[in-house]
Design a protein around this ligand. Structure first.
Ligand code: F6P
Length: 367
């Protein structure tokens, strides 16, 4: 099956490498298949409004290294449950999915590349079931998608968090302080775990292991007694204390996005420990710095490979799929196998064993 005119959209939270994917899809579709490429703007919102731009090798030149997405994105634009604020401030929810399908048909596209994380790909799968030929491309700094070794954007976020750790080390050591770094990742601890190991953290707290505060305090005191009166703690935004709950900066109600927002656990932890030790505690929240800026070389290559392979999959008519990294290959997996699944760190994984075996406290052992 030939592809003549293809569409691409980027949905959900942005991350580094989106433009590398857009460039690869555009170039592969044009160079390999002489197809036209239409960029749909603002994620699925563009499928409702019909706002598009034609993508060419010229319009996508120089974007390989650029952060963000030239197509724009949105977290709130689920056409099946589109959330708008009414005049009285309440949230109105409308199903615009038929309208989105009509737009897709009116654009005369042979396929739609949906670049996104778990939420966006689930919407993509719902559109596939409504008859749109979809190929998914896995994106998220959280690295929490099933069936792929890595999502693009993750490694860059890890590097940013690792650089922050290096800086916290020098100031923490100078001042004899406990430095806490809170990173993103939602309910998965991948960023915290990998950046914590890479950045030489003494304590790493992730959502998958509920931490015991006594364990954290003991580790800090043990280090101080041993002649290291400072400690560096990496904590994932979704981490929680044993028997406690995740710390939310906003609840879902009243938010246009319709999902809870995590954040603040770093400050919560600081409060828990500062009255129990005689060291000062400082918290840094890294936030969206992990999502912005230029992708590292790993994410540039991964994004390019995923984009190129997605175009080949479309040309072969393999719809309802997602391109995935199964090292060393890019493979195709079914979108239906991803729906609603969040891939979290296994608490029995080699990675956690590795961390604990070199003395990193994961909030569950005596030291
Ligand atoms: O899913 C990516 C992510 O950056 C999460 O790690 C984080 O919890 C969330 O998005 C933040 O979302 P927002 O950009 O809406 O604040």
């Amino acid at each position: 099956m030939a592809i003549q005119r293809v569409g691409i959209l980027t949905g959900g939270g942005d991350c580094s490498g989106l433009n590398a994917v857009i460039r690869a899809v555009t170039r592969a579709a044009i160079i390999q298949y002489h197809a036209e490429v239409i960029g749909i703007e603002g994620g699925f919102e563009g499928l409702i409004s019909g706002q598009t731009q034609k993508l060419t090798t010229r319009s996508t030149k120089d974007i390989l290294t650029l952060g963000g997405t030239i197509l724009g994105t949105t977290n709130k634009g689920n056409p099946f449950e589109y959330r708008e604020r009414d005049t009285d401030g309440s949230i109105k929810i409308t199903d615009y999915s038929d309208k989105a399908v009509q737009t897709f048909r009116a654009l005369k596209l042979d396929c739609l590349f949906v670049v996104g994380g778990e939420g966006t790909l689930e919407i993509g799968y719902r559109f596939f079931k409504k008859g749109i030929p979809v190929v998914g491309i896995p994106k998220t700094i959280d690295n929490d998608l099933e069936k792929t070794d890595y999502t693009f954007g993750f490694q860059t976020a890890v590097q940013v968090a690792c650089d922050a750790m290096d800086r916290l080390h020098t100031t923490g050591r100078s001042h004899h302080r406990v430095m806490i770094l809170e990173v993103m990742g939602r309910n998965a601890g991948w960023i915290a775990l990998e950046a914590g190991i890479a950045g030489g953290a003494h304590i790493i707290l992730i959502p998958e292991i509920e931490y015991k505060i006594e364990s954290v305090i003991k580790k800090i005191q043990y280090r101080k007694k041993g002649g290291s009166p400072f400690s560096i703690i990496m904590i994932a935004e979704g981490a929680k204390q044993k028997g406690g709950d995740t710390i939310k900066s906003e609840t879902a109600e009243g938010r246009l996005q319709g999902v809870e927002k995590l954040g603040g656990v770093g400050f919560y932890l600081a409060k828990q420990i500062e009255n129990k030790i005689d060291l000062e505690v400082r918290t840094t929240v890294l936030g969206h710095i992990q999502r912005g800026g230029s992708p590292n070389s790993f994410d540039r290559v991964l994004g390019t490979r995923l984009g190129s392979h997605a175009v080949d999959a479309a040309a072969l008519g393999k719809f309802g799929t997602m391109v995935a990294l199964k090292t060393p290959d890019i493979i195709l997996v079914d979108l239906k196998d991803l729906a609603g699944i969040v891939r979290r760190v296994s608490i029995d994984s080699q990675l956690i064993h590795c961390a604990e075996s070199i003395g990193i406290n994961m909030g569950r052992k005596a030291m």
